[in-house]
Write a protein that binds this ligand. Structure first.
Ligand code: CP
Ligand code: NVA
Length: 314
């Protein structure tokens, strides 16, 4: 069986993404019909982190455990990678020990290199370009709350970063209309926009990249934001805050132009009173804790479908 990496959602069809969501539902509702612990029984999984993480690291560690596997958390710097052993050599060696590598890296190209040399699946736990595991949890959360995805309107406000790039791909695959409002120079990547334009020909969704957050949020079903200062951009913090604030902050005024039932979403960690006010993140429209919980259920589905292909088709 050919291995299947999980580096971006662009590598998966809308049907396959729906299958991941359906499998997630079964995990969450305990209706899988087989013993969960048998899924990764006897398998070890490396969780390799070059950057900080709370949700991704803990949800994957718990997911591997609950699926009967053994998670091995490895810090980039503590491994020989931190002393210059190549990614290719590391990937070859880890492939002899474990069933998959879940890796968070600075450079997406490092992940691609790892996937090229590993003969086990590599799962993207966030890179500078993409955060596909997050977007699967977000799609699941939206699906869970609205009962469908197609035709919904999502507004993403702020930095056109890794989360925004993956949201572009996820929404355009699943037929969700996405309006992004960002400052000039902080648009999503050209590659993600190209992928989205290709996807929307099939899904029929509409994608807009705007400057005005109010225009993006009119009648929105979901308003989504993320930090203005992603990991690796700390040196630009002051400059970024002066560009993004106050215009791109999600606050109660902005929510007023959206649908009455609008959901507020954030991948977290939140930088309270920067990209979102306390009032919004702690308010009645916020679903951020359900969204965070869904990282666990979706991590299980991603692991299961990556390592046990028989579970992918119901
Ligand atoms: N949302 C997310 O990926 O969080 P962590 O950085 O805590 O893993
Ligand atoms: N865009 C953020 C996401 C954190 C989960 C970052 O890359 O730091």
């Amino acid at each position: 069986m050919k291995k299947r990496d999980f580096l971006t959602l662009q590598g998966f069809t809308a049907n396959e993404i729906s299958e991941i969501l359906e499998l997630t539902r079964k995990f969450k509702e305990n209706s899988l019909g087989i013993d969960e612990e048998s899924i990764l029984s006897g398998k070890s999984i490396v969780l390799l982190f070059q950057k900080h993480s709370t949700r991704t690291r803990v949800s994957f560690e718990v997911a591997v455990n609950q699926l009967g596997g053994y998670p091995i958390c490895l810090g980039w710097r503590e491994s020989q990678l931190g002393r210059g052993e190549t990614i290719a050599d590391t990937a070859r060696v880890l492939s002899r020990y474990v069933g998959a590598i879940v890796a968070r890296v600075y450079k997406h190209s490092d992940l691609e290199e790892m996937a090229r040399y590993a003969n086990i699946p590599v799962i993207n736990a966030l890179s500078d370009m993409y955060h596909p595991c997050q977007i699967v949890a977000d799609l699941y959360t939206i699906w869970e709350k609205f009962g469908s995805l197609k035709g919904l309107k999502v507004a993403y406000i702020g930095d056109g970063n890794n989360v925004c790039n993956s949201l572009l791909i996820g929404c355009s695959k699943m037929g969700i209309d996405l309006s992004i409002a960002c400052p000039s120079g902080y648009e999503p990547s050209d590659e993600a926009v190209r992928f989205a334009e290709k996807n929307l020909k099939e899904s029929g969704s509409k994608i807009r990249i705007l400057r005005d957050p109010y225009e993006a949020c009119i009648d929105a079903d979901v308003i989504y934001t993320d930090t203005f200062v992603s990991m690796g951009k700390e040196a630009e913090r002051e400059e970024r805050l002066s560009i993004f604030l106050p215009k791109y902050q999600v606050n109660s005024e902005l929510l007023k132009v959206a649908s009455d039932k609008v959901l507020f979403m954030h991948c977290l960690p939140a930088h309270r009173n920067e990209e979102v006010t306390d009032e919004v993140i702690d308010g009645p429209h916020s679903v951020v804790w359900d969204e965070a919980e869904n990282r666990l259920h979706t991590a299980k589905a991603i692991l299961a479908m990556t390592l046990r292909r028989d579970l992918r088709f119901s």
